[in-house]
Design a binder for this molecule. Structure first.
Ligand SMILES: Cc1cc2nc3c(=O)[nH]c(=O)nc-3n(C[C@H](O)[C@H](O)[C@H](O)COP(=O)(O)O)c2cc1C
Length: 198
């Protein structure tokens, strides 16, 4: 299934001290959104509550990053990730998100919580935007969505293996790498492969 999402190419920004907050139920339906969230995304609270969090999904976000996000939080761990989000009118904004599971008293997951801060612009420009472009191109190069996701995930995991670290560690090392002159995100260029329809 493909969804054509309208985008304007116009970026929105928020204040360095602001935190964009939302909470979801275990299925990812929004149960809370703070004023900063509503203001930047351009939605009212009633439009958000009960809606799937993909309400603000931007087409430039690789699906493999969301898979990693969900695999991580569903297993009870936290994750940090750079995310581009789509506003109601098609504008966009970048965030650095920290997503955590919330537990009930018996240790079950009762929902998820995301706090987002202003991302490091240099990290975005140098590492994240080029990486996400490659991953999205890889995903779109397959007619079969599942195969596209598997391919981009394989590249992401290959990259992490080459780096010898997990996703969180990789993300957290990015600001430090800006000061290392030779450093670039290792290429995730597609390996030769057969792309077939389902
Ligand atoms: C707590 C939490 C916060 C999330 N925040 C976002 C977000 O800001 N933007 C987004 O596109 N997806 C976010 N997601 C992921 C969405 O649930 C969804 O997986 C993603 O938008 C991809 O949707 P799709 O699989 O329907 O394409 C969040 C999930 C959780 C659990």
């Amino acid at each position: 299934m493909s969804r054509e999402l309208h985008t304007t190419g116009v970026e929105r920004f928020f204040e360095k001290n602001d935190i964009i907050v939302s909470k979801t139920d275990p299925k990812g339906r929004i149960t809370y959104a703070n004023d900063v969230f509503l203001h930047i995304a351009g939605y009212t609270e009633s439009e958000c509550l009960g809606a799937p969090h993909s309400l603000i999904r931007h087409p430039d976000m690789p699906r493999c990053v969301f898979k990693l996000l969900w695999d991580t939080v569903q297993s009870g761990r936290e994750i940090f990730a750079y995310v581009i989000n789509r506003c109601k009118n098609g504008d966009h904004y970048w965030v650095y998100a920290h997503v955590t599971p919330s537990f009930d008293l018996s240790g079950g997951i009762r929902g998820y919580h995301s706090n987002r801060r202003v991302p490091d612009r240099a990290v975005l420009e140098s590492f994240i935007i080029p990486l996400y472009k490659e991953l999205c191109a890889e995903e779109r190069s397959y007619q079969n969505r599942k195969q596209g996701l598997e391919a981009s995930m394989a590249h992401m995991l290959g990259l992490l293996e080459k780096e010898g670290m997990g996703y969180d560690e990789f993300v957290m090392t990015l600001p430090r790498r800006l000061n290392e002159p030779q450093t670039a995100v290792p290429s995730v260029s597609p390996q030769p492969s057969v792309r077939t329809a389902a």
